[in-house]
Design a protein around this ligand. Structure first.
Ligand code: SF4
Length: 186
């Protein structure tokens, strides 16, 4: 898999930073899952992509280790000041749009590749998640939250030599795509 080329494609898509990272540096932690369970984002227990539906921290770790390659993507905005809520909202929307669009692009361009999309907050592909009454409508499009998976995002950035904070007055949204070649039963 040409992971450098995929990172380049992510940059061309509009992310301000995209780079390969090591799967070995993505280690779910119970302490991060515990922070997620405080339910500040109001998605805990309300979405197939979030805990408890996404499995235990151990289940998430096992799932991550199934993948061979990964890239991290960031969208950094320069804010006018600490109260630039319009700028924050614009950056969040741009990152969310690019994250979903690039996930679609990867699935279409690399049909022989399995992809695990790890983003921010619960999966927002549907206006209302079907959890828990019906199965997920679009399992191939599902986006799991990094925090729900127990991943300390700042730690992953640090271990890969990638900036987490781009300086005073900036705001950065972050996600990852994990990839592996599909197994074929020939
Ligand atoms: S794709 Fe839709 S049904 Fe599936 S987890 Fe996301 S929001 Fe829920």
């Amino acid at each position: 898999m040409d992971i450098e080329r995929i990172a380049q494609e992510a940059r061309e898509f509009g992310f301000t930073l995209a780079a390969p990272i090591s799967i070995e540096t993505i280690n779910p932690m119970t302490a991060v899952r515990d922070m997620c369970s405080v339910d500040k984002c109001r998605a805990y227990g309300k979405n197939w992509a979030c805990p408890p539906a996404c499995g235990s921290v151990e289940d998430c770790e096992r799932n991550i280790k199934r993948y061979s390659d990964a890239i991290i993507v960031q969208t950094t905005a320069q804010l006018e000041d600490d109260f630039d809520f319009e700028g924050m909202d614009k950056a969040a929307k741009m990152h969310g749009y690019n994250f979903v669009s690039f996930h679609d692009f990867l699935r279409e361009k690399y049909p022989g590749t399995e992809i695990l999309a790890l983003g921010t907050g619960g999966c927002m592909n549907c206006k209302e998640c079907t959890y828990p009454d019906e199965p997920c409508r679009f399992p191939e499009k599902m986006v799991h939250p990094m925090e729900g998976y127990g991943i300390m995002i700042s730690d992953v950035c640090k271990r890969n030599g990638i900036p987490y904070n781009h300086g005073r007055g900036t705001l950065t949204y972050i996600g990852c795509y994990l990839l592996k070649e599909r197994e074929t039963n020939l």
